[in-house]
Design a protein around this ligand. Structure first.
Ligand SMILES: *Cc1c(COP(=O)(O)O)cnc(C)c1O
Length: 387
């Protein structure tokens, strides 16, 4: 909780004695890299998703997980992968790691998730996969997207960095019929391991490839070598893999955070509801809710200024900051970033929905460790500035 004069950041992790105890136990155990805690974290994550048949693979970032998932699907030079322009660069950069090309498309103006009709228009004979992002914690239109992917025989890797937990038609993201789903445990996500992520798939072949490639292309991990009857020194390198494994120290944080996730969700839902009530009547477009019965993870609370507002978005950010409150912008769209803009010759008018959202949007503080009083400060500040 911040006092009225203290700076209220836009996001903070919510960790406590449970995380400290679990990390301490990991260090005392003498096993600090990938081992028993990582394995338990993977099992408990599958348990959280409610489907023990899912393969869950812990990795050291969601970016690594997206890279591994697309690699396992055989994406390579000459292929095209379609994703949203309204995302963090990680969703797209992994495609370039593999030498394939990124095709950016616009978003739905209400949800700011990838627009499935725009995906259909962007499909070419080279298209191999789609990477939807469940923006801010709201599911993309997965029934339509998965139907389109089936129709055109395209693979789907969900960037679920914001979507723990999110549902689509009552089904948790991570349990849908996509090829793989990737969650992030970066510091400001709905749960954290400091840095980390989880790839989830139903496909045993994709899972086997990811397990091998996350650790140097070696077909046994260190813990397996330590435990099993085959001599510990023996291993085989079957591919030029990566160094993407999660440590047991990070998994220890994850175990404690996962146990708190149901409570975290309740708090985020409460905060979102209170913003909806507290900001009503101001010249703001408030974020779209999930369909009735569905879960919005509320990773972000993104508000947009109405054109009728008496100041610009940049002026609003400054005025909120002057009152000691942190905000952010999610995102400067990829088509505005020099690398993506220049590589694919992109112009703002090609993405009208993402553009108009970008120019009017800001993300206001929403994190489980903030108090009702902290949130009251944000609501009051917006009333003072905008009323
Ligand atoms: C945070 C984020 C990522 C990257 O996650 P890391 O765990 O930091 O690699 C990818 N995509 C989106 C949409 C994100 O917000």
């Amino acid at each position: 909780m911040s006092t009225p004069t203290e700076f209220l950041p836009f996001a903070l992790p919510d960790t406590g004695e449970e995380e400290i105890a679990e990390v301490t136990a990991a260090i005392r155990s003498g096993w600090v890299t990938t081992g028993p805690r990582t394995k338990r974290f993977e099992e408990e994550f599958a348990g959280y998703l409610g489907d023990p048949s899912l393969h869950c693979m812990a990795i050291n970032s969601a970016t690594a997980g997206l890279h591994l998932a697309l690699e396992a699907l055989g994406i390579g030079p000459g292929d095209e992968v379609i994703t949203t322009t309204h995302t963090f660069t990680a969703s797209a950069e992994v495609v370039r790691y593999l030498g394939a090309d990124v095709v950016l498309v616009d978003v739905d103006p209400v949800t700011l998730c990838i627009d499935v009709r725009q995906i259909e228009l962007a499909i070419t004979p080279r298209t191999k996969a789609i990477v939807p992002v469940h923006y801010a914690g709201l599911a993309a239109d997965m029934p339509a997207l998965l139907a389109l992917a089936r129709k055109h025989d395209l693979r789907v890797v969900e960037d679920a960095a914001h979507a723990l937990p999110t549902t689509s038609n009552g089904q948790l993201i991570g349990t849908l019929q996509s090829d793989a789903t990737v969650f992030s445990f970066y510091a400001n996500k709905t749960m954290t391991t400091g840095e980390g992520g989880m790839v989830v798939t139903r496909d045993p072949e994709i899972a086997a490839r990811i397990r091998t490639m996350r650790l140097h292309g070696i077909n046994r991990d260190a813990f397996d070598r330590f435990r099993s009857k085959t001599p510990a020194w023996y291993y085989e390198v079957v591919a030029p893999g990566f160094k993407y494994n999660l440590t047991d120290i990070a998994a220890a944080i994850g175990l404690a955070q996962l146990a708190k996730l149901p409570g975290f969700l309740k708090r985020r839902q409460q905060l979102a509801m209170r913003y909806r009530e507290g900001l009503a009547g101001l010249p703001l477009v408030l974020p779209a809710d999930a369909q009735a019965g569905d879960i919005h993870a509320w990773h972000l609370y993104v508000i947009r200024l109405e054109p009728s507002a008496k100041l610009t978005r940049d002026e609003l950010i400054q005025a909120v900051s002057d009152r000691g409150i942190g905000t952010s912008v999610h995102y400067i769209p990829l088509h505005r970033q020099p690398y993506w803009r220049d590589r694919y010759d992109l112009r703002p008018e090609m993405f009208p929905c993402s553009e108009s959202a970008y120019q009017s949007m800001l993300s206001i503080p929403l994190f489980t460790a903030m108090s009702d009083m902290d949130q009251g400060r944000v609501i009051n500040a917006l009333h003072e500035i905008l009323a």
